[in-house]
Write a protein that binds this ligand. Structure first.
Ligand code: GTP
Length: 396
């Protein structure tokens, strides 16, 4: 029943719930007015017409929203119009309620509760002025009635109560509106803080790359996916050569600059779905899925060459060059993140001991004929132990 009334469109749920509640409250007001007429306190004929018009108004609003026609309006519940109509209906009830007028102020209080939902402070204040004007007109109309005209004292009491109801409900509505705004702002700030914490927990501050924690989780998930039928994962460990010398010769700031430059260079040479992460210090990992070992070998070789070609201009104008050694392994059946990493790390050790600035594959996964322990890539340069990174003056 609830689903039939409120519909299934999430955007309409709130306006429909609000209008359904207005229908219930208007139903209560209609019953109260009918009771007043039945007790002979008011003329029955205008009360019946008023009941019919008020009932049609709220049901019409409900049907309009439920039909989805208002779905793309700025306020699908057209709250201002609904409340404006309810206030007009209430002021009319005051005119026709005869001796039963005393029920009108509580009915008005019920209507005003809805100002809380979705109205801006300006709209709320405008509604207050509109309501006061309507009640002044209603009170003036009652004075002209031949029957049921209240005496002046009673009229003043009604006016006082109505103004009090309007003022109190406006004050309360503005207060709740302010509270909702504050809550909304705090919710936004909390979401921002959470996003920042999440970024801090998974990003390396220096290079902006995913950090080790993120990489470990990504590796675990990618291995799981591959075990469920995907292509095996290729994992490479990248380690800058003689990085300690850069720090020793040029200082940590220069070292940091090289790390950032290196990260950007490698990132620029890989696909968006590949994951380059900082594992720690000057060591990085590169996770490639949906890639065969020969494809990975070609990509890693391009990365090696890009790093070799890269130069970093230091603050004093000096040009700094460096190289990288890479160890790679392809996922094997039964591999865990630990075993796959160990094999890639073993291959990296082989690349380092073979002279650095080269790519080596773990022997069991080497994409081309490999050596017994670790297969050095055919594309690797001749063994040539590079000394400290070359630092040269930038040409002026
Ligand atoms: N500037 C800077 N240096 C770092 C950072 N993290 C680690 N290091 C330095 O990286 C250096 C790593 O040195 P080693 O492990 O000896 O490696 P290496 O000098 O690159 O030698 P090989 O790997 O054998 O070629 C150390 O001097 C660390 O202090 C960092 O965030 N910034």
């Amino acid at each position: 029943m609830r689903d039939v009334l409120l519909g299934t469109h999430p955007q309409l749920r709130r306006p429909l719930a609000l209008t359904a509640l207005t229908c219930v409250l208007m139903g209560c007001c209609i019953l109260a007015m009918q009771a007043v007429a039945a007790a002979g306190l008011a003329d029955a004929r205008p009360v019946h017409w008023w009941s019919l018009a008020s009932g049609c108004w709220v049901l019409g609003c409900f049907v309009l929203i439920r039909s989805g026609l208002t779905q793309h309006w700025r306020d699908p519940a057209f709250t201002l119009v609904q409340i404006g109509g309810a206030i007009a209906s209430n002021a009319l009830a005051y005119v026709i309620a005869g001796q039963g007028r005393g029920i009108v102020p509580p009915m008005l209080a019920l209507v005003m509760i809805f100002c809380v939902f979705g109205l801006t402070p300006r709209q709320i204040k405008g509604l207050l002025a509109y309501a006061v004007a309507l009640y002044v007109l209603a009170i003036a109309a009652t004075q002209r009635q031949p029957r049921h005209a209240p005496d002046t004292m009673l009229t003043l009491v009604y006016l006082f109560i109505i103004v009090m109801v309007l003022m109190a409900s406006t004050r309360l509505t503005l207060y709740i509106h302010g509270m909702r705004q504050r809550l909304q702002r705090q919710k936004g700030e909390l979401a921002d803080a959470l996003a920042q914490i999440r970024a801090l927990a998974t990003r390396d501050e220096l290079t902006g790359l995913p950090n080790r924690r993120y990489a470990q989780e990504a590796l675990r998930l990618k291995l799981l996916r591959a075990q469920r039928g995907g292509q095996p994962v290729q994992l490479a460990v990248l380690d800058l050569d003689f990085f300690k010398h850069i720090n020793d010769l040029h200082g940590h700031v220069a070292g940091d600059q090289v790390l950032r430059h290196f990260a950007a260079t490698v990132q620029a040479g890989i696909r968006a779905e590949d994951i380059l992460a900082r594992w720690g210090g000057e060591e990085f990992i590169l996770l490639l899925d949906n890639t065969t070992a020969p494809e990975a070998a070609a990509l890693l070789e391009r990365v090696r060459q890009a790093v070799q070609a890269m130069s970093v201009t230091l603050g004093d104008g000096a040009l700094l060059r460096t190289t990288v050694s890479l160890g790679a392994a392809e996922q094997q059946a039964g591999d865990t993140p630990q075993t796959l990493f160990e094999r890639a790390d073993g291959a990296l050790y082989a690349a380092k001991t073979a002279g650095r600035n080269r790519l080596a594959w773990a022997a069991d996964t080497a994409p081309q004929p490999s050596k017994p322990a670790y297969g050095l890539s055919a594309a690797s340069p001749p063994v040539d132990v590079a000394p400290a990174p070359i630092a040269a003056r930038a040409p002026r």
